[in-house]
Write a protein that binds this ligand. Sequence first.
Ligand SMILES: [Zn+2]
Length: 326
Amino acid sequence: MPRPNFQQYISAHPDKVLVLDGGQGTELENRGIDVANPVWSTVPFISQDFWSDKSSSDRAIVHGMFQDFLRAGAEILMTTTYQTSFKSVGENTPIKTLDEYNTLLDRIVQFSRDCIGEEKFLIGCIGPWGAHVCAEFNGDYGPAPQEIDYYGYFKPQLDNFFANDNLDLVGFETIPNIHELRAILSWDESILSKPFYIGLSVHENGKLRDGSSMHDVAQLIRDRGDRLNKNLTLIGINCVSFNHSAGIIEEIHKELPDMPLIAYPNSGEVYDTVKKVWNPNSNPQFTWDAVVKRYLDAGARIVGGCCRTTPDDIRQIADAVKKYAA
Ligand SMILES: [Zn+2]
């Protein structure tokens, strides 16, 4: 294995900041894959042709996306498995059994590894419970979020990813609800048995989407004390507003000064909620250069982009990381 253990790597290279890839789901859409489906960016992998026909056009598109992110400077990349929970796949595709599901995940991970080569780090990406009911941006987990069986929901994907040596890190992404966060933090090293991170889904006002403050979030982590899972390697934010992201990272850093952070917001575009269109960000205070500098000053160790970020964004991030990382 040419790659070191990810957590050891992070602590042995305290000045290293890794450039992550960009928003894969939206990038696959930009490149012509129709992801309007409950399993979203998992769609290309569901077709048997993807695996049997080496010249399939979807195969070339996914491969091309990884190559472009690598060329832009990405050093750590993600599998496109955000909507690939056993429940989502089982309810919305012909894949029904655990055996078939494990074959699907094994194939996606191996394909992603083959695309990026043995040297780069690979993250197994896991969307939140809310992703299967479209609640990751409002945090509304119904009347009894504390009673949801989060472990039952995640278990098939966890069992697969934590046993797969092709994955260096597992990422829980876009977590919007404090009960879900508490559940993840309660799973010990026998379940989350390799390095993992948690990306929070945070509102522009700096609160978790369910209204919890970053202080509440940090308190949950501090309260774990010695029982905090040793494999928790980073915490941070993903798919949050670009313009608000640096302030949120700074707030988390104030609360958890020793914790390595991860930041990958949306693109710098600003969503017009009335016209329902994305407009370019014309505020000169917020460029990748300026925002990445603030992330790094606040302890970020992995920086990249989420939805609507492209290889061009990743290139700008890589340039800023080169400029500001010590
Ligand atoms: Zn996103």
